[in-house]
Design a binder for this molecule. Sequence first.
Ligand code: SIN
Length: 494
Amino acid sequence: MSASTSIRPDLLRDRNFIGGIWCAGREDAWLEVVDPATGAVIGRVPDSGAVDADEAVKAASEALPSWRATTARHRAQLLKRWHARMLSSAEDLAKIISLEQGKPLAEALGEVAYGASYVEWFAEEAVRAYGDIIPAAAEGRRMMVVKEPLGVVAAITPWNFPLAMLARKVAPALAAGCTVIAKPAEDTPLTALAMMRLAEEAGLPAGTVNLVTASRGNAAVTVGAWLADPRVRKITFTGSTAVGKGLARGSAETLKKLSLELGGNAPFIVFDDADVCAAVDGLMRAKFRNGGQTCVSPNRVYVHDAVYDEFSRQLAARVAALHVGPASLAESEIGPMINSRAVEKIDRHVRDAIVRGATVLTGGLRLRDQIASGPNYYAPTVLGEANEQMTLASEETFGPVVALFRFHSEEDVVRRANDTPFGLAAYFYSRDVSRIWRVSGRLETGIVGINEGAFASEAAPFGGIKESGYGREGSRYGLEEYLATKYLCQGSLA
Ligand code: SIN
């Protein structure tokens, strides 16, 4: 790990974390972790199988009775210690994120702060998992509702925010009194392992949080073992809709509770009464975060005909000025895409759009030779005159590509914005108060950004509707996902 020599060595782990012990996979199979910019191998971790997955469940099940019996205050204190360690190790964590995921260092530091904010939030929420006293429906009774931890939770996390997505699943689960088994994405296991080291250091008891790493090939085996296991009571997953549907099918036999944060195809609408500069700013923040590799990234940008020329001119100038380069360079604003498959998909979308009539306002090509460190860079791109026949209108591009669609009426644009199986996030810019309430009510998504391009926050419920999944992360709603509601009815009272 030459590029990683400045990272605190004990944060760079190459073992699973099960029952408080760092252990190799039972089958002694290994998965290489690569720098997405160069393809260079930066580490190796276990390519775990069913036995490792089962050992993780066993450890989490054994830890459950004592963990759920702790006070909420105690759990909160341990989470606060984890949070403090994340902040004091922020630079090291950010370097690991940059190394294996490719986002520029400043952005990776932002991800650490973002992820840590969920840990702090759920430490604070732990002590507020209130139940209810219900006015008795019959004489001589007491009717009460208590909240109890669901049990063992399996957290399956994506590569695009390897720290923040783990934090916002593990923290509420632990706060609620659940124990956790986790599997990070194949591309980014090192960040998750570093988080386990910090959890260990914070004093989380052995078995409360466990983590196994696995390749894409073995993910089906490890996760398959969890799906079939009745001791696992909940699956929380961020990733593609196809995989989310597979998890829903696979867990049907044991009827697990699911939280699924899946794909999106976010519309971003600029009405003719919008503040155009603010809308360009908002789009830059929403679209180019993590190089466009974000599930709430605007995928279809609808611009009213009256402001289309002004908006596209301002936007193209801003996008052309973005600096693309390795995560390690201070001036880089967009790093490499996660792997060659991702770059190929982006390029396929752009080529298809051009063939179907899009105009390239800036970018529109792979930066294969322009950047010495590797082939996985894509030029930040703006395409004009997009239409619904283009693949990028119906599929998430997951890269630094903005497609501009013209529209003429509110009725038409709301219909087009909703014309997708997905429903995660939508954005719109308008200064008309009546329109703001009307359109936010009609958009079929779990999140709406109104004159705002960056809405994510630990204090807000994040999640979608339709084929973008169900369940919420963050806020008080995020804690509910890990709690069972138990009704107690005491009778025969005088
Ligand atoms: C995601 O892309 O899955 C989450 C992004 C966010 O938290 O804003």
